[in-house]
Design a protein around this ligand. Structure first.
Ligand code: G4P
Length: 525
C-alpha cells in the first residue's frame, strides 16, 4: 500500500467520559470486536483480574483506577484505528487533556442514567476549543435511566452542542428491546441471553414488525419521541460534524455489547482522516512528504528493572521507519529513533513502520520533553500542546537529608513527564522547589513513585497558592518587568512565573500592569 493510502486509512480517537460511565468496559468491547483481545478483563488490571505487565501499574490495580494513558491500535473495515486511552479518575492530571491533542476526534461516553457529568464537561471543553468532531454514545441503556429526549436535552443544554440521533432506543432498562437505526431503516433487537442482535429491515418506526414485538406503551412512546425528533432535526451534515457543531448520537450497553458495532460502523463511516497540525509557520498536512511529529506524553519507569522511559509521539506527517535519523528541534541536533513501540492492549510491540495519524512510543534516554517536535526534513515546531495552570501547590519534604540527590532526580523525572510542574526561586536555584499539579491525585502519584522508584519516604507540605501565571510583554516575550510586590519565580524551563493565592491577586496585577499578558501557561503561542 502506498504511504498516502496508509495515511488516509488512519483514524485516531480518544474516549472522553466521567469515571464509572463505562469507558473501560466499552474499550474492552471495542478491542474485542477489533480482534485485539480475546476476552474481557484484559484491559484494566483491576484488583483480582488479570495481572498488568508493569510494576508501575500496581498503584492503578490497588486503586482500581486507570492513571496512565496509552494508545492501542487495530484494523477494522480496512481502517487502522488508533484508540487513545485517557485516564478517567476525577482528580486526573494534565496528561489527560494533552492526550486529546494527539487525537483527531473523540467519542463522548455518557451514562444514560446520569447524563453529562463534570469530568465529561471539562474534557469536552478541550475538544470544543480545538473544534474536534465528537461522537456521543449513551451507555447503560440496560438500566433505568433518562429517556433519549432527556439525554439530547442534557447534551445540548450542558455543552451547547447539537445532537443528531443515529439510533433510537425502543424501551429502556428492564424493558429495553432494541435500537432503531434511523439512517438504515433497520431495527436491532437485543436479548440479554443472546450474543448477536436480530436485525430486521423495517419501513419506518410505525412498522408492524416493531409493534408486534414490543408492548403497546413502549411502541407508542418510541413513536411519539421519534415524531418529535423528526420535526426538529434536519439531515446529518458531515461538515457540521467535522467542525464540532453537531454530534452523531448512538445508544447501547457496553456491558451487553449492545450497539457497539453500530457505533464502530458509524465511526468508520464518519471519523476524520488524520488532520493537519498547526506549527509556528503554518500547518503541516498529513500527506506532506517529510516525517514529522510531536511528543504529547512521557511515561517513565514502565519497567522498573530497565528504568526506561517512553516518549509518546503523534506522527503528524509522512512515514516513520525504525532506526531513522530525525532532527530534534529543541535540541537542534540529530537523533536516531532506534526503539519504537506501539501498544496493543498491554502488550508492547516493536514497530518498524508507522504513518501520520499513528502514535508510537519511542524509548528515550532523556532527550524528550512534552511538546518537542521532530522532523526528518525541514524544521517544524508544532504549537498548541497545552500546559495548564496548576491549582494545587506544595513542597516535598524527605526525612533522610542525604537522599536529596535522589529526590532531585525523581522530581526531574516527573517534571519531564509533565505530570507535575516545578517552580524555583532564581536567587536560590533548584533546591527546595515548589511543585504544582492540576489534579490532587498527581501529588499522591508523586509520593507513591518517589517511594516505589527512588526509595524515598517523603511527605508533602501543601502551600496556599492556587494559580500560576506567566507574564508576557506586549511583544509576546516572557518578562520580569512587572509592577508587583509578589515574588517572581522561575519554572522548570527558566521562564518567569507568578504564584498567586487567589483570583483577586490576579485582578490587582492586571490592573497595575495593563500592558502585560498574564498567561495560564508558559508557551507564547
Ligand atoms: P470507567 O472505566 O468509565 O470508570 O467504567 P467501567 O468500565 O469500569 O464501568 C463502571 C461500572 O459500570 C462497572 O461496574 C461496569 O461493569 C458497569 N458498566 C459499564 N457499562 C455498563 C453497561 O452498559 N450497563 C451496565 N448495567 N453496567 C455497565 P462495577 O460494578 O464497578 O464493576 P464490575 O464488577 O461490573 O466489573
Amino acid at each position: 500500500m502506498s504511504v498516502e493510502s496508509e495515511i488516509l486509512r488512519r483514524r485516531t480517537f480518544a474516549i472522553i467520559s466521567h469515571p464509572d460511565a463505562g469507558k473501560t468496559t466499552i474499550t474492552e468491547k471495542i478491542l474485542y470486536l477489533g480482534g485485539v483481545i480475546k476476552e474481557a478483563g484484559e484491559v484494566k488490571g483491576k484488583v483480582g483480574t488479570k495481572a498488568a505487565t508493569s510494576d508501575w501499574m500496581k498503584m492503578e490495580q490497588e486503586r482500581g483506577i486507570s492513571i496512565t494513558s496509552s494508545s492501542m491500535n487495530f484494523d477494522y473495515q480496512g481502517l487502522r484505528i488508533n484508540l487513545l486511552d485517557t485516564p478517567g479518575h476525577k482528580d486526573f492530571g494534565e496528561d489527560t487533556y494533552r492526550t486529546l491533542i494527539a487525537a483527531d476526534c473523540a467519542a463522548m461516553l455518557i451514562d444514560a442514567a446520569k447524563g453529562v457529568e463534570t469530568q465529561t464537561r471539562k474534557l469536552y471543553e478541550v475538544c470544543r476549543l480545538r473544534k474536534m468532531p465528537i461522537f456521543t454514545f449513551c451507555n447503560k441503556v440496560d438500566r433505568e435511566g433518562k429517556t433519549g429526549l432527556e439525554l439530547i436535552d442534557d447534551v445540548e443544554n450542558t455543552l451547547q452542542m447539537k445532537c443528531y440521533p443515529v439510533t433510537w432506543p425502543i424501551g429502556m432498562g428492564g424493558r429495553f428491546k432494541g435500537l432503531y437505526h434511523r439512517l438504515q431503516n433497520k431495527v436491532y433487537f437485543f436479548d440479554r441471553d443472546r450474543d448477536a442482535p436480530e436485525i430486521v429491515d423495517v419501513s419506518g418506526p410505525m412498522d408492524s414488525k416493531i409493534s408486534m414485538r414490543v408492548d403497546e406503551d413502549i411502541f407508542l412512546q418510541f413513536n411519539e419521541e421519534l415524531e418529535l425528533l423528526e420535526g426538529v432535526i434536519g439531515d446529518f451534515s458531515q461538515e457540521e460534524f467535522l467542525s464540532g457543531n453537531v454530534s452523531p448520537m448512538t445508544f447501547g450497553s457496553a456491558k451487553y455489547v449492545w450497539g457497539i458495532d453500530i457505533f464502530l460502523d458509524l465511526f468508520c463511516q464518519h471519523a476524520p482522516k488524520p488532520q493537519a497540525r498547526a506549527t509556528r509557520d503554518g500547518s503541516v498536512d498529513p500527506l506532506y512528504k517529510d516525517f514529522t511529529g510531536f511528543v504529547f506524553k512521557i511515561q517513565a519507569n514502565m519497567d522498573k528493572k530497565h528504568r526506561d522511559r517512553v516518549a509518546f509521539l503523534r506522527i503528524c506527517s509522512g512515514k516513520f521507519e525504525r532506526g531513522m535519523k530525525v532532527k530534534h528541534m529543541r535540541l537542534g541536533r540529530e537523533i536516531r529513533l532506534s526503539y519504537a513501540n506501539q501498544l496493543t492492549a498491554q502488550e508492547r510491540e516493536t514497530v518498524d513502520t508507522a504513518y501520520a495519524g499513528d502514535i508510537v512510543g519511542i524509548t528515550d534516554t532523556g532527550n524528550f520533553q512534552i511538546g518537542d517536535s521532530i522532523s526528518d526534513g525541514k524544521d517544524v515546531h508544532f504549537t498548541g500542546i497545552p500546559r495548564f495552570s496548576p491549582e494545587h501547590f506544595g513542597r516535598v519534604v524527605i526525612k533522610e537529608a542525604l537522599k536529596k540527590k535522589q529526590l532531585e532526580k525523581g522530581i526531574k523525572q516527573l517534571v519531564d513527564e509533565g505530570s507535575i510542574q516545578l517552580f524555583y526561586d532564581p536567587a536560590v536555584g533548584w533546591q527546595d522547589p515548589i511543585l504544582g499539579v492540576v489534579g490532587l491525585l498527581q501529588f499522591e502519584v508523586l509520593l507513591y513513585r518517589l517511594k516505589d522508584e527512588y526509595g524515598l519516604d517523603a511527605r508533602l507540605d501543601r502551600m496556599n497558592y492556587a494559580l500560576a501565571r506567566w507574564p508576557f510583554d506586549s511583544n509576546g516575550k516572557p518578562t520580569r518587568t512587572i509592577k508587583t510586590s509578589q515574588r517572581i519565580w522561575n519554572d522548570a524551563h527558566d521562564n518567569p512565573v507568578l504564584l498567586l493565592e487567589q483570583e483577586w491577586d490576579l485582578k490587582w496585577l492586571t490592573k497595575d500592569n495593563p500592558d502585560i499578558d498574564f498567561k495560564m501557561n508558559s508557551s507564547a503561542d
